[in-house]
Design a protein around this ligand. Structure first.
Ligand code: SAM
Length: 213
């Protein structure tokens, strides 16, 4: 039986409802209240996967509050385990679809957004599903503070180039672009699971940071 069908995943998330937020739509505009330091900046990761990035960032930055959204239940339980193992109290997880971002977060509620190794959806007919398609950028702009930023990392050159164009066409400012992040040896970079996997195969990791005007 696949993990997706295992009923314990729901129980496991409910048991840890201080980390996996059970009624996330009720938190719209109030996410900061969930944290010990409600005045800290709030950073959001979309598609957190098995959680290595968000757990690692939580540990590295106890001055920031983090929320990670992950659509797939069988995957988010891995993220929950990582957050528990990291023993951090500044990370919350949400098992929802980022399509509903505007129903989850209020205007100007987020200070920074991370898109890590998002699904590339390479076929033209699937362009609208890419998390850097302009309809997503519309949503990000609303939930982010004025001048808010997106950091994107990927191994996928096609998605990277597409996203650079999409950000630029939207009128965003590209603050930082790397076409081989690991060659730069950024000591603050927290690698994701996919990042480690693709980097081990010798693939360059792309990263950019873009700011809304
Ligand atoms: N960020 C992780 C990493 O770098 O290791 C996982 C990358 S994986 C390729 C993409 C993840 O995004 C998957 O776990 C997928 O379920 C999640 N995802 C895709 N679309 C999503 C959406 N609309 N809302 C929330 N999560 C989504």
């Amino acid at each position: 039986m696949r993990l997706r069908n295992k009923p314990w995943a729901d129980d496991y998330m409910r048991e840890h409802d201080h980390i996996v937020v059970q009624e996330p739509f009720e938190m719209l505009g109030k996410w900061s209240e969930l944290f010990k330091n409600p005045k800290a900046p709030l950073h959001l990761e979309i598609g957190s996967g098995k959680g290595q990035f968000i757990a690692g960032m939580g540990k590295q930055h106890n001055e920031i509050n983090f929320v990670g959204i992950e659509l797939v239940k069988s995957v988010i339980v891995g993220a929950l385990k990582k957050v528990l193992d990291a023993d951090v109290d500044n990370v919350r997880l949400v098992n929802e679809d980022a399509q509903d971002l505007r129903e989850l977060f209020g205007e100007n509620e987020i200070d920074h957004l991370y898109l890590n190794f998002s699904d590339p959806w390479p076929k033209n007919r699937h362009e609208k599903r890419r998390l850097t398609y302009h309809t997503f950028l519309d949503q990000y702009e609303k939930v982010l503070v004025p001048g808010g930023e997106i950091t994107l990392k990927t191994d996928n050159k096609g998605l990277f180039e597409y996203s650079l164009v999409s950000f630029s066409q939207y009128g965003m400012i590209l603050e930082d672009v790397s076409v081989d992040l690991h060659a730069e040896e950024d000591p603050l970079n927290v690698p994701t699971e996919y990042e480690e996997k693709f980097s081990a195969k010798g693939q360059p990791i792309y990263r950019c940071r873009a700011r809304f005007k």
